[in-house]
Design a protein around this ligand. Sequence first.
Ligand code: GSH
Length: 285
Amino acid sequence: MTVENLSSNKTFGGWNKQYSHQSKTLNCAMRFAIYLPPQASNGQKVPVLYWLSGLTCSDENFMHKAGAHRIASELGIAIVAPDTSPRGSDVADDEGYDLGQGAGFYVNATQAPWNKHYQMYDYIVDELPALVESMFPVTDKRSIAGHSMGGHGALVIALRNSDAYQSVSAFSPISNPINCPWGKKAFTAYLGRDMTTWSDYDASTLMRNASAENGKSFVPALVSQGEADDFLAEQLKPEVLEAAAKNSGYPLALESHEGYDHSYFFIASFIEQHLRFHGSHLSVS
Ligand SMILES: N[C@@H](CCC(=O)N[C@@H](CS)C(=O)NCC(=O)O)C(=O)O
C-alpha cells in the first residue's frame, strides 16, 4: 500500500505529520494527520485518540486550532485526525456546506451517487485504525472524540463498538441527528427516505437503548456544550442525549459552559480536560 508523507512538524517534543493513502473503503485517496508524542520516538508504544472534526473541516482544523499537542505530549497519547469525507473530482458533492465533501457524517451511504465513496463509518472503525496500528508505534488501545458532526460520529462509533474504545468525548455534538435539519438532510441523501435505517446512526437512540448486560460494557462519555452556541437549540439538542442517558443509566458527564460558542475557541478552552479524561481511561495518567 502506498502511503505518502505530506508534512512533518516537530512540536512539544513530538511530531505532527500528514499522510495521504489510497483508501479501499472510500475508493479514493484520503488524508489524515497524526500527532506522535515524544514517547513514541523513544521505543514506547502509545495509545491513540481518534478525533473526528465537524462540517467543512479537513484533517487540519483540529491540529492547527485546538492546542492539543502540549497535553498529548505530556500524557503520551497519539492523536489521529482524519478528513471529514472522501474527496476528489470524481467524488459526489453538493453545493451546500452540510452535504457531500467535508460533510461525510461518519455513515455508510446506501444511496446513489453517495454510496460509491461515502463509507466513513467503516473507514473510521476498521480501515484507519488498522493502517495506523500497522504504521506507527502505537498500541491497540483507542479512544475517540469529536466536534459537532464529529461529536455525533464519535458517540455513534463508541456506542456501537463498545469493545474497541476505552472512552468517548464530544464537543457540541449533533446529539439527535434524526430530529434536526443537518441530520435529516444528510441522512435522507446518504441513507434514503426510510427513516428506520437512520437510528443506527443516532447517538440519543443508541444511548437510550444501551445496555451493559451480556458481557458488554458502557464506554465512559464526556460531552461539553457551550451555552452561546448558535446551533444549540435547532441542531445539537444535548438535552435529548441527557434524557437518553438517564433512561439507560449510561455514564454520561454532560457539562454546559456559559458564554462559549461553537468555535475552536471553545474546544481550545476545554481540550485539556478532555485529553486528561481520555488519559485516565487509556491508563497513561
Ligand atoms: N460556520 C459554518 C458552519 C460550519 C461550522 O461551524 N463548522 C464547524 C464544525 S460544525 C467548524 O469546526 N468549522 C471549521 C473551523 O472552525 O475551523 C457555516 O455556516 O458555513
